[in-house]
Design a protein around this ligand. Sequence first.
Ligand code: PEP
Ligand code: MN
Length: 338
Amino acid sequence: MIIVIRPHSPPDKVEEVIREITQLGYNASPIRGEYQTVVAAIGDETTRASLESLTALPQVERVLRVQKRYKLASRESQPDGTVIDAGGVKIGGDNFVLMAGPCSVESEEQLLATARAVKAAGATILRGGAYKPRTSPYEFQGLGPEGLRLLETARAETGLRIITEVLGENDVDLVAATADILQIGARNAQNFQLLIACARSGKPVLLKRGMSMRIEEWLLAAEYLLAHGNPNVILCERGIRTFENYTRNTLDLSAVAVAKQETHLPVIVDPSQGCGRADLVKILCRGAAAVGADGLIVEVHPHPAEALSDGQQQLDPDAFRELVAGLRPFVSAAGRVL
Ligand code: PEP
Ligand code: MN
């Protein structure tokens, strides 16, 4: 940390700051300039008290952090990218993974039709919410345990691995008993007790970016999962809330590039929640591949017009097949294998 002292502070005030820094376990090294003094506080900031509270002293102008706040997630801690094994499907490395399926699990017929179609098109992981976080309490909330059972049926028939959302701490064991990957939704991305419970489940976790989360906050949420003993963390950019309303959210592809640079974790893009429009999903998938994403999670429904949630952004099986065919050259150009 660097502590910037206000200009014209008398020497005893600088000494007071040095004493405080030393008391908090850092080595203080003052650098006295012509007008202003700065004090370098040397020591690992992730294992010592933060010095930010020193701004409470009137002679302290600013405190600047030198180290990143996330340690386990950072590329510095692990230069090679993490490759996650989700029930035999590898995520990360050279692999480009396709996760696809309905927004919500609605019925056996709907889920199986979708599972067969997305598998035939090249997906290896089936998505589908059994527990749905809906804005209104009057909207379809998901089939719950019955939805989990249907996901198991779809896995048994197709061999697709399963990703599904866990909404609350109390559901973690139940959902983890079915899921190959636990999905933490945008609305829960900073529900730290849920993050800890998911970390302890031992299952790979896909962490959506919260709709108003800064990248640092998203990476610190991932740090919770890592710090609580789960190394199998997948980041997912799904769009953030901005002033723009031509799209449901603003898909932040720059965040994918940043997350790939800053961390060793695989990064997946969700263009469906990202733009909220079926007509844009195909083109955004290409952008995601080009920017270095490790895969996609795409909403597909046999009859989007009849969907119980997010019908406006779901692709029908034909559109998904076309999407994958058109995506392949982009994935190859990015040096990935689909
Ligand atoms: C979803 O995947 O259907 C979903 C609700 O996602 P998010 O948490 O990103 O809104
Ligand atoms: Mn959805």
